[in-house]
Write a protein that binds this ligand. Sequence first.
Ligand SMILES: [Zn+2]
Length: 460
Amino acid sequence: MRALAVATAIAVAATGAGPIGVTPAQAQRAAGAMPIIRDTEIEQLLRDYAQPILKAAGLAKQNVKVVVLNDRTFNAFVMDGRHIFINAGALFDAKTPDEVIGVFAHETGHLAGGHLLKLREQLATAQTASVIALLLGVGAAVGGSRMGAGGGDIGAAAIMAPQSAIQRSLLAYVRTQEDQADHAGVKFLNATGQSPRGMLELFKRLSSESLFNSRYIDPYMQTHPMPAERVASLEVLAKASPYFDRKDSAELQARHDLMRAKLSGFLERPDTVARRYPLGDHSLAARYARAISAYRHSDLRQAVAQIDGLIQAQPSDPYFYELKGQALLEGGRANEAVAPLRQAVQLSHGAPLIQIMLGQALIGSNNPKFAEEAVVLLRNALMREPEAPEAYTQLAMAYGRKGDLAQADLASAQAAFGRGDMMTARQLATRAKTRLPVGSPAWVQADDIVNLKPNSNARN
Ligand SMILES: [Zn+2]
């Protein structure tokens, strides 16, 4: 698992979609600082949660992606038609799969209802930026002032916005959309034979938390107003479902537990992890959380021994090998990381994020024999993960090892471009062009970077 401070891919996508009523500069600043978590295991599980719902909603072909934000508050939202955002805090808060699936069902209800577009139309007459920001929750949801991620001023403005007539009428409109999304969500759950119980219980819990804890309200409550009558009508709807008492499968629950353990191990302080997963807890999830915490905060040797125990318990789980490789790689033992990462790539059927990590280990091992293998791996991974700037950095190093300076320059230019450093990107691409055969595919790629205009959204 890796937490990225800046994810330009989403920033560009979000800006392109134009979060309603927010200036592009504000949006870019807010979205550009989105702290994103990339992890094959978690993304695969969330895809398995979301895919049946999206299919039931007729959105299977739209390639909607779930993006996990590194934020401990509870939040989930849609900002364009292509991403469902969910905070790590929400995943951690949800003890069962059906709660997360319920959140996805609701957000998919917004997508299927075309709510973003309709809201945009409603807002065409509204002038007050703060009102718009409040409704969208862009400030609250994306600004993440608690994360210090920038853009918090939008949220602050939203909170201080005066109660005006227009705001009230728009809020009423948003509530209608919330009811519609609940209805649609339950419909999708029914269509997939899943229980709406998790969705109901989660919303009940959030609703009562906001009643008793006005000091701190999760961003989700700001973007998804949850008055008692909404919860009451959801309850009627949910309990009418023939699947209300259906439980998540044991297999799904086990994967869910591992996801929460992983988030805890990576994101929480060691003492918190130790409290949540005490030594007496011998479950796989608890051992996973403790092993991750050990590698992050204490002894590598001890951590590797714990991870080996996990591998022994579940030898076909690619993510235990991935963890072992990551621990060794980050512990300065790239050479030893290669073997477990090879296993992880194989068992995950070539997951691109794991391929990128293996590429990094191959290069870090300083073995010239590995350079060509790293090039092939990284290029393969980048075809499926084109927005991974760190993979371009690794690719540049691999080409450097091979003495292919033209390709190294091009990859470095792509890495700089991914980081948003356009000046460096253009300089390196210009140099790459002088070393590449005119008109070759690599030359064309370099030329594209040279000719990009500042602040261009051309990538999406
Ligand atoms: Zn909603």
